[in-house]
Write a protein that binds this ligand. Structure first.
Ligand SMILES: Cc1ncc(COP(=O)(O)O)c(C=O)c1O
Length: 397
């Protein structure tokens, strides 16, 4: 053949419906500015700035040295499934057995598998907005109908249960709940969760309870799961993981807890996609769950201190007003008084003030009027970010 043929990329139609997580795009833009010599404070990415606890690293390294470098069972190592079943039984006051646990590479695959398993074209999924963007992306990808439930600032970013009830139709197959919540730091109270369960009633609707921030609660707040509501366990898929709790984002390990017949279906999806979660990672996971938990407490205390400083600082900045988040490590100030749209403000703050944040619209249409800052950064950097924001607003507003 003499002349190279140009082949058009003929992607499946569904690929045009796949969304993304803009945090990684903003990170790339921030890194490009840094390569030009600019100083950027990174408050865009949602991951703990702490190292994985030493006992967990030790367990992972030892596991690699002792041969945990091969394929393992698709649903996870039996010892880890056992440890997780005990942990979830204890923390959610339910009885969970190991065959109801599926270990996967991160929390995200549980979102992916839930939507792939339940949603046919036209099926409706109610999901929080502003919310983790992967929910909406995946619903659209499979051709489902994305039905947003608005999280309301005047309710500390909880939802209005009556409004949620009004969105339920005969086509509703799945409701996604996320508490503590990304991006707002809001939580669902026990009372609201019980009212949501009543609104669902005896309908055959599944609930994906994304509880990946369940150990990151402040001011003595207690976590409550819809799985704990009598009658809901069979219809709940609990998503939790190691990324946020143990600062293990790069290890890629999370899990889902669900009825055993569904766990068998998720296991088939694992066999078809990943084969299994990395074996040595899972050995480290057993140590994380069963070992010393003091690093979890330490991280939570640090996030709470930083949250306090950052929220107080933001509330002194012209045009910003910020509620006190009750969990996770994000703050979500209202910026409507700046007179700027969220996306434009995100860009200006990155390019001109050297502060990387995310536009609220990265989390859905109801995020307009807000920015998300991650407080997973040092107090020193957070204070410098506040200083830069203050200077920038004084000059530009
Ligand atoms: C609400 C929520 N769910 C799930 C995930 C996914 O976590 P993982 O990195 O373990 O896949 C994240 C990560 O940012 C999140 O914020």
């Amino acid at each position: 053949m003499s002349k190279a043929v140009q082949y058009e990329l003929q992607l499946a139609r569904r690929m045009s419906r796949l969304g993304t997580e803009t945090a990684f795009e903003v990170l790339n833009r921030a890194r490009a500015l840094e390569r030009q010599g600019r100083s950027i404070i990174h408050l865009e990415i949602g991951e703990p700035d702490f190292d994985t606890p030493a006992n967990v690293i030790e367990a992972g390294v030892n596991a690699m040295r002792s041969g945990w470098t091969h394929y393992g069972p698709a649903a996870g190592q039996p010892e880890l499934r056992q440890a997780l079943a005990e942990y979830v039984s204890r923390t959610r006051s339910v009885k969970v057995t190991p065959d109801e646990v599926v270990v996967v590479p991160g929390g995200k695959p549980i979102i992916f598998f839930t939507i792939l398993s339940f949603i046919d074209e036209g099926d409706e999924v109610i999901y929080p907005n502003p919310g983790f963007p992967i929910y909406e992306s995946m619903i659209n990808y499979v051709g489902g109908r994305a039905v947003p439930i608005r999280l309301r600032e005047d309710r500390d970013f909880s939802l209005d249960v009556d409004e949620l009830a009004s969105l339920i139709t005969d086509r509703t197959k799945l409701i996604i709940l996320n508490s503590p919540q990304n991006p707002t730091g809001g939580i669902l109270s026990r009372r609201d969760i019980e009212r949501i369960a009543s609104a669902i009633g005896e309908r055959n609707i599944m609930v994906l309870a994304d509880e990946i921030y369940s150990r990151l609660l402040f001011d003595g707040e207690q976590h409550f799961s819809i799985m704990s509501v009598p009658g809901m366990q069979e219809r709940t898929i609990l998503l939790d993981g190691f990324s946020k709790t143990y600062a293990m984002t790069g290890w890629r390990m999370g899990y889902g807890v669900m009825r055993a017949d569904l766990a068998a279906q998720f296991t088939r999806l694992m066999t078809n996609s990943n084969s299994c979660t990395a074996s040595f990672t899972q050995v480290a996971g057993v140590e994380a769950i069963r070992g010393d938990q003091s690093s979890v407490e330490h991280m939570r205390d640090q996030f709470q201190k930083r949250r306090d400083v950052f929220v107080a600082g933001l509330n002194k900045i012209k045009g910003f007003s910020c509620r006190m988040p009750k969990g996770a490590f994000y703050v979500f100030p209202n910026i409507t008084q700046t007179g700027w749209k969220s996306k434009r403000l995100e860009e200006a703050l990155l390019n001109e003030a050297g502060v990387a944040a995310l536009s609220g619209t990265s989390f859905g249409a109801f995020g307009e009027g807000y920015l998300r800052f991650s407080v997973a950064n040092s107090l020193e950097n957070l204070q410098e970010a506040l200083h830069r924001l203050d200077q920038w607003t004084k000059k530009n507003l």
